[in-house]
Write a protein that binds this ligand. Sequence first.
Ligand code: MN
Ligand code: MN
Length: 481
Amino acid sequence: MEEKEKLEKSNGEILKEKLFYKAKQGYEVLDGEKIKKAYDFCEGYKKYLDNGKTEREAANEAVKILEENGFKPYEFGKKYNPGDGVYINNSGKYILAARIGEKTVDNGVNIIAAHIDSPRIDLKQRPLYEDNGFAFFKTHYYGGIKKYQWMTIPLALHGVIIKSNGESVNIKIGEEETDPVFCITDLLPHLAKDQYAKNLADAFNGEGLNILVGSRQFTDNSSEKNKEKTEKISERIKLNILNIINEKYGITESDFISAELSLVPAAKAKDVGFDRSMIGSYGQDDRVCAYPPVMALVECKNLNKTSAVILADKEEIGSEGNTSMQSHIFRHFIESMADSQNVCKSKTFMNSKCLSADVNAAFDPNYAEVYETRNAAFINNGVVITKYTGSRGKSGSSDASAEFVNYVRKIFDDNNILWQTSELGKVDQGGGGTVAAYIANLNINVVDLGVGILSMHAPFEIASKIDIYMMYEASKAFIKS
Ligand code: MN
Ligand code: MN
């Protein structure tokens, strides 16, 4: 009697199961095989993170993957056949890859748009100076950083210098085991009384993020006379640094003016936790949403509809400029495709669909007060559908239609994708935006989809391996839809 009662559910229990929505937890619903696939997928992802710390490097790495899989540079005006893979490399910082489908593009293009720039510390155009026994670089930070997180950690210098003769010099210092690194110093606690009294926003100022790059004077020991004469020269530490750089790269101080050099965390992507269930790394916003769709696109060989993956630059500073999502290159590509197939451009945009692939803030129990847990993303609960972003009354958001959210969730349910819904923190606590609005303005249905992460914009961001893999599976399902 007792046993039977346990097995038979009450009407209330049955109704609750039927009517309530309950988010699914990855480790409770996925089988061991899928979890292993997720962990294996993340090995490639970690390499992508380590090899692509700037937008240029991340674009390069994507091109490598695309070319290894037969994708060719897109030729405007050329007619392509179903199955062909093409890509546009826009100034080395923005990638648009596409696989041609069986149907003409006026039936719609399935687009996934992520960004490959991440918050970092850029050098100014006249960076090098000497001050009281040290040489430093002046900087201007890029994107929304909490400045204190970037102090007293090893930093690597990445970027490119274009010399006056047009020659391009790639720089990457601080990644090899034997490389030197750079850093920003901080005040010792013993003397930080005034610093402690300041609020967080005022305690560290942007102009104070100076990079320590040397402390040794230039010397000339070729003769006693030369030694004496050299000792009378001012700024000998700066001179020594310029001499080292000149010997190695053939550049002079003025070449910094036509350079793009950035300081990024020198650390590599790592598994996090005894159970290795998470990945910690710089730049997961938004490479965690860039690598999975690229891998999905190269693997989906026969498509009904044409599908495109965009890796845009400059999202972290407002998506302005020719390598950003607001660049017309995307429109030009779609229009060129429509022209080559003799179909209507407007119809092509109108019938296209897009996932704006960007991260969301995963619930962090250590800062529970800023989240509204019924509408927060949780680590290991799968990809996050974010219907709207924005701040203070959805301002600046592209609010996806109920119809399109349903369209996407049906694709995910039909393909066993683990997904959840979320908005970014409590109402009026802050907010943010993505590239969604710029795509929506082209009359394309778009919704934000991404991976929930902890410590967003920090030098070491955390994401779940299950969620990363689900981003890949979700991308595949959408590309095939
Ligand atoms: Mn982002
Ligand atoms: Mn961001």
